[in-house]
Write a protein that binds this ligand. Structure first.
Ligand SMILES: Nc1ncnc2c1ncn2[C@@H]1O[C@H](COP(=O)(O)OP(=O)(O)OP(=O)(O)O)[C@@H](O)[C@H]1O
Length: 716
């Protein structure tokens, strides 16, 4: 583009008009589950790997579903899980041609207007050289038309062309921005409802790349190609120019037109082949900036190791690499720019020779040759724009394939997806940002909510009531992480968390304590066995409902980079939380005092992941957040080891307050917590090996007693 503009400025004096981006005992449940994995009523069906399917249809899973009636009868048409292969392929591709068309079809009026403006603008552009030719003919007296009349027509063309351009660009851009917003929102939602193993498999950077650079490439294919010398306009200008050349001079057009096409395509293809040089310069710049970021973010480590010289060496070599690629880039830039001119010069020279001789022989008018000069420029720039557009398309196809391959190979967490769908539907339809996530059928029939499945799930009030009044029981729980299916982490674990009491979970590192927490939080589901609350299998509740009754406070709580107040209010993300409630929660969490001493009090920003606060402050905010949430079940990864004595006491007081009256499971790190718990469970070899009070377990002189012996100091 820059090159084209530069070249255009050279030619501008010659030709003034060239101015150049988702239950009973037996196999029903297993079948239903298998089905729903294939035929999500909310999202396009996803084909599962064979290993995953067999997990879901194992008898142990059906055993898990012993609480409710069968949801889907044998006659239900959805039981048939065979689908045509083409449908499967189409369904697994989130971004398909069909989807893009259906999203574009929502903007028929704007698209129609764009097409009209494109035709109008191209007509104006392509008419200009004709009028230039006539202008010369009038000047030399070869055309008996008054000059003012001709100039007024030229003036009209000059006024209309920019108007058509504005109408075309504004409408195309608006339509594409809207399509891209819907796509971006839907991909975000699709990633958000993936099973936990999806996030084990892909790095955060890879996922954010899908939504930023990959989707950005799809956006650019239109946004960057609606300018005068790219995309549709370039295509229409190339086709139009060739037609006009033939109409003006059937003798000259085959030779000149083909020559111009050949030269322009060759130059444009060569220029396109230099794109890696431009990219290499960008990569050199990125490495230089990575080096700066790494050095200054780890400045204390650099200083403590006297690493300044090493960092200088590293930065120096990056600077030299950047310099080298910059010089190379400059050379290629100038070659590219010159080549554009060479393309124009060759075409012009051929025109002067052939056209000139025809004029001399009286076979062609001066005006026609003058028009040909204009078309030489139009064709040269339009062809180069077109080659660039095709190059962009290649990158876009690769990006779309990347998005589709990541999404197609993944499984939607259905219990989460259904709950989310219900939530979205509850929201005010006027809320613009939620509207983006409502696909209105654009993502296929399967996007509609399966009310049959939904009605089978227990209502929200049920979960809350059951969790506040009943025990949470892990019954014969077996579990392997999906990414390591051969390694059984839990093998027939049984544990009852008595309602309103504290259970301390202890065990050696890697025993599976955090895994139990992950299952209780339903980040993963047991491979065999079940977890119940008041006797009801957790899988009969959608995950959003379950999430509302469980609070988790981690060892290293993650805060969002918003204000302290907003972080506490996140305990109830869908509600408007009053400042009084936030302060109440903060006070109960021993956090109020330090918060009001911050520069902007509750409005103080906490920085990335809460980095502007101390570890103890972050934990107390997380505790305040959990207090505000007021969930009946509490999971605590007690961690006070990193805190000083004062912080530790403040955090411990806050935790004691939080645990009161709740069914609590705490991965205990401190002896005092273990001693004060109603029961202690020792996890070993994927099972609860010992269970009882501190004194009972000590008297047993088993693993717990030796753990206390060997780690007494750590506990205290
Ligand atoms: N996402 C995962 N995918 C695969 N394996 C995992 C995953 N998370 C944990 N594991 C494995 O599961 C086993 C149990 O890990 P877990 O984190 O539950 O132990 P833990 O008792 O909490 O240990 P610690 O006290 O050190 O935190 C370990 O062998 C670990 O490597």
């Amino acid at each position: 583009m820059a090159m084209a503009t530069a070249s255009a400025s050279v030619t501008a004096p010659l030709i003034p008009h060239i101015i150049p981006t988702r239950f009973s005992t037996r196999t029903h449940h297993a079948r239903k589950l298998k089905l729903s994995l294939h035929q999500s009523p909310t999202f396009p069906p996803i084909s599962l790997p064979a290993s995953t399917r067999s997990n879901y249809i194992s008898t142990s899973v059906s055993r898990a579903y012993v609480t409710g009636p069968p949801v889907v009868s044998e006659s239900d048409p959805r039981i048939d899980d065979t689908e045509p292969d083409t449908d499967k392929a189409e369904a697994s591709n989130l971004i398909s041609r069909r989807l893009l068309w259906s999203l574009l079809a929502r903007h028929k009026l704007r698209l129609g207007l764009s097409v009209l403006a494109l035709v109008g603008g191209t007509t104006c552009t392509l008419s200009m050289p004709i009028f230039s030719g006539r202008f010369f003919e009038v000047l030399i007296g070869a055309r008996p038309e008054p000059l003012w009349k001709l100039l007024s027509k030229v003036g009209l063309l000059y006024s209309l062309e920019p108007i058509f351009t504005v109408i075309f660009v504004v409408n195309m851009n608006t339509v594409w921005e809207k399509v891209m917003s819907t796509l971006r929102a839907q991909i975000f939602r699709r990633v958000l409802i993936q099973k936990a193993e999806f996030f084990d498999r892909y790095k955060v950077g890879e996922l954010s790349g899908l939504l930023t650079s990959d989707l950005g490439s799809l956006k650019d294919v239109v946004s960057e190609n609606i300018s005068r010398d790219r995309g549709f306009r370039a295509l229409s200008e190339v086709v139009g120019t060739i037609c006009i050349l033939f109409a003006l001079s059937p003798q000259l057009a085959p030779i000149l037109g083909l020559l111009m096409l050949f030269v322009s395509v060759s130059v444009a293809t060569y220029k396109r082949s230099t794109v890696p040089v431009f990219k290499a310069h960008g990569i050199a710049q990125a490495s230089m900036s990575d080096c700066v970021t790494e050095t200054f973010s780890a400045i204390r480590t650099v200083r403590s190791f006297c690493g300044e010289k090493r960092q200088m060496l590293m930065f120096g070599s990056q600077v030299l690499a950047y310099q080298k690629s910059g010089i190379k880039l400059g050379t290629f830039k100038s070659i590219n720019e010159s080549l554009t001119r060479v393309a124009v010069y060759i075409s012009l020279l051929a025109l002067y020779c052939l056209g000139g001789s025809k004029v001399k022989a009286g076979e062609l008018s001066v005006g026609t040759v003058a028009s040909f000069i204009g078309y030489t420029f139009t064709l040269t720039f339009a062809v180069q724009g077109l080659v660039n557009t095709f190059g962009d398309l290649r990158g876009t196809f690769a990006a779309v394939e990347r998005i589709n391959s990541v999404i197609a190979g993944a499984e939607i967490d259905e219990a989460l997806a259904y709950g989310l769908e219900k939530e979205i539907q509850k929201k005010e339809v006027n809320d613009e940002s939620i509207k983006l996530f409502i696909s209105n059928g654009a993502f296929g029939k399967s996007q509609q909510l399966d009310s049959h499945y939904m009605s089978a799930l227990k209502s929200t009030s049920d979960v809350g009531r059951l969790a506040w009044s009943g025990d949470v029981v892990l019954e014969d729980v077996h579990f392997s992480y999906p990414l390591r299916p051969d390694v059984e982490i839990l093998n027939g674990l049984n544990l009852t968390l008595k309602c309103g009491t504290v259970t301390a979970l202890v065990g050696s590192s890697g025993a599976g304590k955090s895994t139990i927490v992950q299952l209780l939080a339903r980040f993963y589901e047991p491979t065999r066995g079940r977890i119940t609350v008041s006797g009801e299998d957790l899988r009969t509740f959608d995950k959003s409902e379950w999430a509302r009754v469980v609070s988790i406070v981690n060892q290293e709580p993650v805060l969002f980079s918003v204000s302290v107040g907003e972080n506490i209010a996140y305990g109830l993300p869908d509600d408007i939380v009053s400042k009084d409630d936030i302060i109440k929660a903060a006070k109960a969490a021993n956090a109020h005092e330090f918060i009001i001493s911050l520069p902007q009090g509750y409005d103080t920003l906490v920085g990335e992941r809460g980095g502007l606060l101390s570890g103890g402050q972050r934990q107390r905010i997380a505790i305040a957040r959990a207090l505000l949430k007021n969930a009946p079940i509490l999971i605590l990864d007690e961690a006070t080891s990193a805190l000083d004595a004062v912080s530790e006491r403040l955090v411990q007081d806050a935790l004691n307050h939080l645990m009161k009256g709740r069914t609590t499971l705490v991965i205990a790190h401190r002896l005092s917590t273990v001693q004060n718990a109603h029961q202690i469970a020792l996890c070993s070899n994927g099972q609860i090996a010992e269970l009882g009070s501190h004194m009972e377990l000590l008297a047993r002189k088993g693993q717990y007693a030796s753990l206390v012996d060997t780690q007494r100091l750590a506990f205290e």
